[in-house]
Design a protein around this ligand. Structure first.
Ligand SMILES: Nc1nc2c(ncn2[C@@H]2O[C@H](COP(=O)(O)OP(=O)(O)OP(=O)(O)O)[C@@H](O)[C@H]2O)c(=O)[nH]1
Ligand SMILES: [Mg+2]
Length: 245
């Protein structure tokens, strides 16, 4: 099975080189790293193009942020021939050395989706302020009855390409894993493996307390609607980016 690593980017110029280098240092036999950029203006695209001349790196450029982060991931999946995908952030929050642990259960045909989970034993989010921990855990916990997993807002996961394209075609914003699990729950084999989430060291953080609270309120409303009123579509869930928190 060939593996492609899909990395959505928005203003990540300072992180591109380190990310490519750390992925290469894992020694894993991946086919390509596919960066999907939504209009960065800080030189991200130029850097990726330059690396693409000598390394296994490709750039997918999108002009409008159609369906945000989820739309970018689907566009990356559609653009590659690899049958196995790893999705990760560009800012090194998701440790490349743990890619192998995500791929293993799929390669052994024991899972179709493997989540890099912050909320199973061995997972952690060191350095997060208390408010971020509380909001993130509460939001994940709330989704648990629908997903059966501890970290349904993760952005670091491995998945069979056919499953992603079957179950995530209409996903919006940051909640691609959540939607894949809810839509695919009857057939999809899902595993969680622990990861230690690293805080972004370079580039600008987009997370603030106000943003997190705003997101948590929308998320709560949408999950309750889904749980109690059986909303016909999980697409009714909040579309905001606020990736994985
Ligand atoms: N293509 C694309 N990438 C995005 C979009 N929004 C965020 N990203 C990328 O998705 C990943 C996760 O976003 P982050 O900004 O790191 O979100 P976060 O981890 O919640 O917050 P901080 O790391 O604190 O900024 C990063 O690689 C971003 O560059 C988007 O609309 N389109
Ligand atoms: Mg981040």
């Amino acid at each position: 099975m060939e593996t492609a690593i899909i990395v959505p980017t928005l203003q990540e110029a300072e992180n591109i080189e380190a990310l490519i280098t750390q992925i290469e240092q894992t020694g894993l036999p991946f086919a390509e790293i596919v960066f999907v950029d939504d209009g960065s203006t800080d030189g991200t695209r130029e850097q990726i193009r330059a690396f693409g001349e000598k390394r296994r790196v490709r750039l997918v450029e999108r002009e409008g942020p159609d369906r945000g982060l989820a739309g970018a991931i689907v566009a990356g999946a559609e653009s590659t021939a690899a049958s196995l995908l790893v999705v990760m952030d560009a800012d090194l929050s998701h440790p490349p050395r743990q890619i192998g642990a995500l791929l293993r259960p799929i390669l052994m045909n024991e899972a179709d989706l493997v989540i890099g989970s912050r909320y199973v034993r061995g997972g952690a989010t060191p350095g997060w302020p208390v408010w971020r921990r509380v909001i993130s855990r509460a939001a994940s916990g709330l989704a648990y009855p629908l997903t059966g997993v501890r970290d349904s807002m993760c952005g670091f996961f491995a998945i069979r390409r056919d499953c992603l394209l079957r179950f995530a075609k209409t996903a919006v914003g940051f909640k691609i894993v959540f939607e894949v699990i809810v839509r695919g729950r009857k057939t999809l084999r899902v595993r969680e493996v622990p990861i230690v989430f690293q805080n972004r060291e370079r580039g600008r953080s987009k997370m603030s307390l106000t943003e997190a609270v705003r997101f948590a309120l929308r998320w709560t409303r949408a999950i309750i609607r889904r749980l109690f009123y059986r909303s016909p579509s999980v697409s009714a869930l909040p579309a905001r980016k606020l990736s994985h928190d």
